[in-house]
Write a protein of this length. Structure first.
Length: 213
C-alpha cells in the first residue's frame, strides 16, 4: 500500500528533527509544522501517538537492516565457530548500506539520539516493558539484532557482564561514527562511504579484541 504524502512528510520531518535535536528536543506540533501540515492533531491521526510515530520511523529502516543481518548471521553460523570479524560485519554493513540509500541520511543520528536515553549495557535490556529508556521501539526484528550482539559477546574472552558492556560500547562507537559521517555528508564533506565503513569495521574489531583492562 502506498503511503500518503502527508504521512510520509510527517515521518521524514520527525526523523530529521529528532536526528538534529533529540527525542526530548522535538514537540509533535513542530513536526506538524516542519511537515507542512495544518492540523495540529496530524500525528495522533496518522500514528495514534508520539510513540506510534517513533515506531513507524523505526519500521522504515530496522526490519530491512535486520533481515540482512539475519542472512549474514546465518551464513556465519555455517562455520563451527564464526569468526568475530564476520559477526561485526553482519552488524556494521547493513547500517552502512541503509545510509548509502538515503542522502542526506538521518538514521544513524536518530539512533544516536535514542541511545543517549538507553542504559549503558544495551544488551542487558530484556524487554521493552523493562527498559529504562524513555522510548523503546516495538519491532520484532530487534530480536535478530539482539541475537547477533549476544553472539559477539559470547565470542569474547571476558566475564559475561564485561563482554556485554564491551559489545555495548562497540555499538555506541559504530552508531556515533556513522552519525558523524551523516553530519559530514550533510555539510558536503563526507569521505568515501566504502572506505569509511572499512575503517569502522577495523576499529570495531579492535575494540572487541582488546583483553580485559
Amino acid at each position: 500500500m502506498t503511503m500518503s504524502t502527508g504521512r510520509l512528510a510527517l515521518l521524514e520531518a520527525a526523523e530529521r528533527l529528532i536526528a538534529h535535536r533529540g527525542i526530548h528536543g522535538v514537540a509533535a506540533r513542530e513536526v506538524v509544522k516542519e511537515a507542512g501540515q495544518r492540523n495540529n492533531s496530524a500525528v495522533a491521526y496518522h500514528f495514534g501517538s508520539w510513540h506510534g510515530l517513533l515506531d513507524e520511523i523505526w519500521s522504515r529502516h530496522a526490519p530491512r537492516m535486520n533481515a540482512e543481518r539475519a542472512a549474514l548471521l546465518a551464513a556465519a553460523e555455517l562455520e563451527t565457530t564464526p569468526a568475530l570479524d564476520r559477526l561485526v560485519h553482519a552488524y556494521v554493513h547493513p547500517l552502512a548500506a541503509q545510509i548509502a540509500q538515503n542522502e542526506p541520511s538521518y538514521w544513524a543520528r536518530f539512533n544516536e539520539q535514542w541511545l543517549s536515553t538507553a542504559p549503558l549495557d544495551v544488551l542487558a535490556i530484556p524487554a521493552p516493558t523493562d527498559v529504562q529508556a524513555d522510548y523503546y521501539p516495538s519491532d520484532d526484528s530487534l530480536d535478530v539484532l539482539s541475537a547477533l550482539l549476544m553472539r559477539m559477546a559470547d565470542r569474547l574472552d571476558l566475564p559475561a557482564p564485561d563482554a556485554r558492556r564491551r559489545v555495548s560500547l562497540m555499538v555506541r562507537f559504530v552508531i556515533g561514527a556513522f552519525a558523524a559521517y551523516e553530519r559530514a555528508q550533510e555539510a558536503g564533506a563526507a569521505p568515501d562511504l566504502a572506505s569509511f565503513e572499512a575503517e569502522i569495521l577495523q576499529l570495531a574489531n579492535r575494540m572487541l579484541d582488546l583483553s580485559r583492562p
